[in-house]
Design a protein around this ligand. Structure first.
Ligand code: DOR
Length: 459
């Protein structure tokens, strides 16, 4: 619905705010060479021949894709802004072709109450370069209030850490997990590593001090055990799940049998880096949870991308400063930046025929929209938000630390050449990035969800 009669008039006279001309567009009918017209933040024509516009982007030679929805980032604000902040995080997102992010609750304070969420929404307004939503952390402390909390406007849903990673948010016992899952209806996102087993095996890395043992400590059994436990508890509670950053062949085989109610995310890091090589080359920069594993697991993740077990690609953008990462392992924190490089790294995989462009589009836009019930986003179609990314599939670029927007100032891909690059990002009909330069001011707003009342705060 266009918001006022002025815009209705402009629509009648085929006068758009923005026209994207001559690109190869990912339409609902497949890739088509066509012109896209955007008016009042929405797509109003997919075949806009003869339209006028205030602003025109000539997209000849480019592919026009739905803006990427990254449903797993840690932007560290409030409380940990020496690592990352919301402005820099969303700027990196937009530079990388991302138009929507969901941010994680392990900030300081944690996001576990309505006030915490509102605080984040207020903080983000005026700082966010892209649209956003925030996860509510699920724990022993707020389990009984989650049914209410998950329905707050701007809430992406509930996130549970079964294994401790970074920050104090943890729900490890079946009894607590069951209480969390019994309160609420929305799909719940989970970090599945078995805390008891991680505790038991921590001595391995305390003794060796060798980052190559990171996937030995946090082994495939730790991941599988947690995933099996949470799927079984969710089944008993009649609840849908989203298993974040699945990293093992064993979990993929198990999850493939539970697709009716369980959706699956993988990360570019797990699809690109391989143990032990990445630990030898990058040291603790390659340290993350769940860990980057060996070629056997990586091959299974790729297979799951291609056969449809995987629903979503997320970045798990989780910066720590280089000084923090330089601490001796295992005191070094786990996590690496990735929001700005997600699309470029995956386009490079498309160029290397690891997956098709259509599959990548599904994993980065339609997939997240379907999994989380996002309103008006996730596809280029009439009446949808005009969130787009224009990419050149043959541009060669070298990813460097210097080009990263993140506060910590680094990327694990420093020095890597990729083929395929985001050239422009459009957020609700406004071009916010062109040729690696930001345009205008941050205008991101809270995402709306199909089953959640609308946000009443001023946007
Ligand atoms: O490696 C990780 N780092 N995994 C997580 O789940 C959390 C993240 C962080 O916040 O640093």
């Amino acid at each position: 619905m266009l918001r006022n009669s002025d815009n209705q008039d402009r629509l009648r006279h085929h006068h758009a705010d923005l026209l994207i001309k001559g690109g190869m567009v990912a339409t609902p009918n497949g890739l088509e060479m066509t012109d896209v017209a955007c008016l009042d933040g929405q797509i109003v024509s997919m075949h806009a021949t003869g339209w006028m516009a205030d602003d025109v982007i000539h997209a000849k030679g480019l592919h026009v894709l739905p803006g990427v929805i990254d449903t797993q980032v840690h932007f560290r604000e409030p409380g940990l802004v020496h690592k990352e902040n919301f402005e820099a995080g969303t700027r990196g997102a937009v530079l990388g072709g991302i138009t929507t992010i969901f941010e994680m609750p392990n900030t300081s304070p944690l996001t576990i109450t309505g006030e915490d969420l509102l605080g984040k929404l207020e903080m983000a307004t005026g700082k966010g370069w892209c649209d956003f939503a925030f996860y509510m952390g699920g724990s022993d402390a707020n389990a009984e209030r989650l049914a209410e909390l998950e329905l707050l406007p701007g809430c992406a849903g509930i996130k549970v850490f079964m294994g401790s990673s970074f920050g104090d948010l943890l729900a490890e016992e079946d009894e607590v997990l069951s209480r969390i899952l019994r309160h609420g209806k929305r799909r719940l996102a989970v970090h599945a590593e078995d805390e008891a087993r991680l505790r038991e095996r921590r001595a391995i890395v305390e003794a060796s001090g060798d980052v190559r043992d990171h996937p030995v400590w946090r082994d495939e059994i730790s991941a599988l055990r947690a995933t099996q436990r949470i799927v079984s508890i969710a089944q008993a509670c009649g609840r849908r799940l989203h298993v974040l950053h699945v990293s093992t062949a064993d979990e993929m085989a198990f999850l493939a049998q539970h697709k009716a109610r369980v959706t699956v995310e993988v990360l570019p890091q797990h699809l690109t880096f391989c143990a032990p090589e990445c630990y030898e080359r990058l040291g603790t920069l390659a340290q993350m949870n769940p860990p980057v594993r060996d070629a056997h697991h990586q091959a299974a993740l790729w297979e799951a991308v291609r056969d449809g077990t995987v629903d979503v690609l997320g970045s798990d953008h989780a910066p720590h400063t280089l000084a923090e990462k330089a601490k001796p392992y295992p005191q070094s924190p786990s996590g690496m930046p990735g929001v700005q490089t997600l699309l470029a790294v995956m386009l490079n995989h498309v160029n290397q025929s690891k997956l098709s462009l259509e599959r990548l589009i599904d994993l980065t836009s339609a997939g997240p929209a379907r999994v989380f019930g996002i309103e008006s986003k996730g596809r280029l179609a009439l009446g949808y938000d005009a969130d787009l990314v224009l990419v050149n599939l043959s541009t060669r670029c070298i990813i460097t630390n210097q080009s990263m927007a993140n506060v910590s100032g680094w990327t694990p891909y420093d020095g890597m050449q990729v083929t395929g690059w985001p050239i422009a990002t459009v957020l609700r009909g406004r071009c916010v990035m062109r040729d690696d330069e930001m345009i205008g001011l941050p205008s991101g707003r809270a995402v709306r969800f199909l089953e959640v009342p609308r946000l009443v705060v001023r946007q």
